[in-house]
Design a protein around this ligand. Sequence first.
Ligand code: NAD
Length: 504
Amino acid sequence: MAEATSHEKITVCSPATGEKIGEMNVSTADEVRMAAARARIAQKAWEGFDFKTRARVLYRFRDLLIDHKEDIADTLTAESGKPRGEAYGNELFYVCDAIGFWAKSAARYLKPQRIRPHLLKSKKIFSIHSPLGVVGIISPWNFPLVLTIGEAVPALMAGNAVLIKPSELTPLTACLGVELALEAGMPANLLQTVPGYGVTAEALIDCADMISFTGSVETGKRVARRAAERLIPVSLELGGKDPMIVLKDADLERAANACVWGALMNSGQACISIERVYVEEPVYGDFTDRVVKKVRALRQGASQDDVELGSMTSEKQLAIVESQVRQAVMKGSKLLTGGRRLPHSHGLYFEPTVMIDVDHEMEIMREETFGPVIPIMKVKDLDEALRLANDSRYGLGSSVFTRDARKGWEVAEKLHGGSVCINDSLVNFIIPDAPMGGIKDSGLGRRHGAEGIRKYCHQKTILKDRLGLKSEFNWFPTSKRKVAILKNGLNLLFRSGWKRISWK
Ligand code: NAD
């Protein structure tokens, strides 16, 4: 929780207790411009280092992240309300693994690639990648380390400087990360934070060479419009309403466990959380009973080691969750467990919730909930499940559970979205080798895989003549004979069958 004061400060409060835990200055537009100017100077030197040298700095940074894991977990849990297990198991794990992955893979993805032309064999062609310059990262509050420092790692390995505009709700973790990077020997000004609200983020769009944005659809569209004014590239990782389909031949125990984890990890505040579940009629009752039993067994609390669920992070998001649940209940949906703010708590806790008798007239099945809610809908068959799953303005992740490998693949091909897990959920986010992103309102571009680092680069094609002739056939001067040869050459090259040798 954070609010602006008249002194242009961000006050950071614990969402679990409401207590103030930190304060920092908002970066003004001028300060953002100055930070970008400093970053540009640092980037020039960094670009000159080879991949191994950049990797060495990042490995030292990783060592420091591990040495300071307790401090990072303290800061993360305090400002986000998530349990310590998630601070270590999701956030630190992801960032440390990402450092190793990009340190090793950057050269492979970015080395010059030989292109062998299909026709003009006398030309030697290469595609090369060079850094963009200053990358601006604008982040949400749900993964304060992963979506700031974690996102910066491939951009840095590609030779860029990075300015991070962390969420105003959770800026402390990113600032701590940047301090540790400096301590690890990262060149001064190469990686900086510019804390603030929307105005600061807009100033960053106005001076960066590329924007990597993660956040809501509405803000994402605003970012794209502003970036379009300067024609700078953007990648947009936006919201989702990820469907899960459970077919009648599924391993129900695995499906139920995957559902509870995939929907409630980080209190459901993950972009690829399971947000709606479609279950084939014959197994609907059994599956739902299992899910309810498992959800009732979950423990909820503040930043402890032995709880599965923490508080939510944003009061605004909690109000959306409450409103969607209330509206669904008013329209006839039934709560099997949960459904309200945790009683007798000052924090932003919402009980883990399972609802049935839901339909697509309800926001809970159409709009992003981003909270600990599992709405389950009975469907008569796979066709109905697919039709409903694809009836969405979003297209981020999805999952299908079946023992039939061929059917699983078929469903995966038919689901609209950027990723599908067969008999699994969420795990694709922590596999940096696998591209991840959305279609429709869920965004543009990909993180991870080749695109996850090439998006931070200019691609350039270099062509070299191999023969060294004094002139080329199609160069000046033109003659009637050349034109006749060109005309007939079209027949020879592009006509089908015997007509190739026709002179007409
Ligand atoms: P948000 O869009 O409100 O804010 C995201 C960031 O944008 C913040 O840093 C904010 O200060 C900044 N911002 C605000 N106004 C801006 C403007 N005019 N121009 C530029 N930037 C501006 O999102 P949020 O509430 O912080 O995060 C929740 C959303 O993020 C959810 O919708 C969720 O789905 C999405 N998300 C997506 C992914 C993904 O990978 N697809 C991951 C995590 C979160």
